[in-house]
Design a protein around this ligand. Structure first.
Ligand code: SF4
Ligand code: SF4
Length: 420
């Protein structure tokens, strides 16, 4: 089964009543104030294309690229018009007609060839002292030399010398009566933030879970969706289907908000078997709450010097209604003094390929989070998505603020006693 065409959205496109409610919620419109970048404008463009009133040309492609696919407009739309999916379908049509951009081509090549990605990451890690400088110490890296698609003032995380899945066996047995949990690691945890994966394992082991990390899993497909590369998305969906059908896990856990969207929402579109597997995909914070970890955290010994922590809502969890569980976990940690910060639900501005093609706008959207972070007085900003972590640390460093960004799971793993 293949990805949906723009024509498949004809009915939903016609459901846009042009009310303009989406303007107030679109981060891109907030910066550019142009009708063509807001959901209403993009939907009108899609309609015009279907009616044959506009061409699938460079201008059309430019307007469709101005979307974070954050979904912020969708849940506020009175008719729930899926503007993000309409943009995704439009991007696929553009790529089908004109071929991928040079960045899209490199991205697909990497996503479809895990060994290439592994060697690329190994090379980057090996040459890291030559290619990057640490700025500020421990907060990430900045390129020393110009490189394609990465703006030089952008701060990026270090690349792991050994990817996460290479460090562990595929199966880690737990207690007999406990569920079999499959871990979908995603590319960012595998290559850039392996410590989040280590925290996942530490927590699940502590809970006695039987852990399965399928070695043949691939990317969730979201970067290719963002680039409009339908063929790569289909190939990755096939790979993940084959990888996760090898056993019958009770649940498939994600620790990355974007992977959660990719595997629970988009993967399901490819057929019945995918739909069945997608039903098992669960954000790990939701799982931990469901399994009673919050009570356990509350019973840990009190700490005399808790750290002030604020939370950032990743769009891909917020728009799925996952907002309470991450906060409840943070609030339950004795070592955390939780602060609700102003603008916690504001998009960080990353948006997959958006931040590559429109880094200046992405930076401006992100910069709107800085006053809330500063005013919170938090020492740490916790979140539930490695992509948001990368963007938030960049925002914080560019704003000259002292905060560090962490994944919630790292804070939990630090406080939970070791599994005996
Ligand atoms: S997309 Fe929804 S919110 Fe935006 S103009 Fe159309 S109907 Fe209104
Ligand atoms: S998905 Fe996000 S960036 Fe795209 S139109 Fe909707 S609110 Fe704007």
């Amino acid at each position: 089964m293949s990805s949906k065409k723009l024509k498949d959205f004809e009915e939903q496109i016609r459901q846009c009543v042009k009310c303009g409610t989406c303007q107030a919620y679109c981060p891109v419109f907030g910066e550019q104030k142009r009708e063509s970048v807001v959901a209403r404008g993009k939907i009108a463009l899609a309609q015009a294309l279907l009616d044959g009133d506009v061409e699938l040309d460079r201008r059309f492609a430019g307007d469709m690229s101005q979307c974070l696919l954050c979904g912020s407009c969708v849940d506020k739309c009175p008719n729930l018009v899926p503007a993000d999916e309409i943009v995704m379908a439009a991007r696929r049509e553009i790529t089908e007609k004109h071929g991928p951009t040079s960045f899209g081509r490199s991205l697909s090549l990497a996503l479809k060839n895990p060994s290439l990605m592994k060697w690329g990451a190994r090379g980057a890690s090996l040459f890291s002292p030559i290619l990057f400088k640490k700025v500020p110490e421990g907060s990430g890296l900045r390129l020393r030399f110009p490189a394609p698609y990465v703006t030089r003032d952008r701060i990026i995380p270090e690349i792991a010398s050994r990817p996460f899945r290479d460090r562990h066996p595929e199966f880690i047995p737990g207690e007999k009566d406990k569920p079999l949990v499959a871990f979908f690691t995603g590319c960012m945890i595998h290559f850039m933030y392996p410590q989040i994966g280590e925290s996942v394992l530490a927590i699940l082991r502590r809970m006695g879970m039987n852990i399965w990390i399928p070695s043949e899993q691939g990317c969730c497909g979201l970067p290719a969706i963002s680039a409009g590369d339908g063929a790569t998305v289909e190939e990755l969906a096939d790979r993940n289907l084959a990888a996760f059908e090898k056993r019958e896990p009770d649940v498939i856990l994600t620790a990355c908000a974007s992977c959660h969207a990719g595997m629970s929402r988009h993967f399901a579109e490819f057929g019945e078997r995918q739909k069945e597997l997608a039903k098992k995909v669960t954000d790990i914070h939701v799982f931990l709450e469901r399994e009673g970890l919050i009570e356990e955290l509350k019973n840990l010994p009190a700490k005399t010097d808790p750290v002030r922590v604020a939370y950032h809502d990743p769009c891909h969890l917020r728009t799925q209604g996952i907002t309470k569980e991450p906060r409840a976990l943070l609030r339950a940690l004795p070592g955390v003094d939780y602060i609700e910060m102003e603008g916690a639900d504001r998009c960080c501005g990353l948006g997959g390929t958006f931040s590559v093609y429109h880094y200046e706008t992405s930076k401006k959207i992100g910069a709107r989070k800085a006053p809330g972070i500063e005013a919170s007085g938090a020492e740490l900003v916790a979140t539930a998505c490695p992509g948001c972590m990368m963007q938030l640390q960049d925002i914080i460093n560019q704003a000259g603020l002292p905060q560090k960004v962490v994944h919630i799971l790292d804070l939990i793993a630090k406080e939970l006693p070791e599994h005996s």
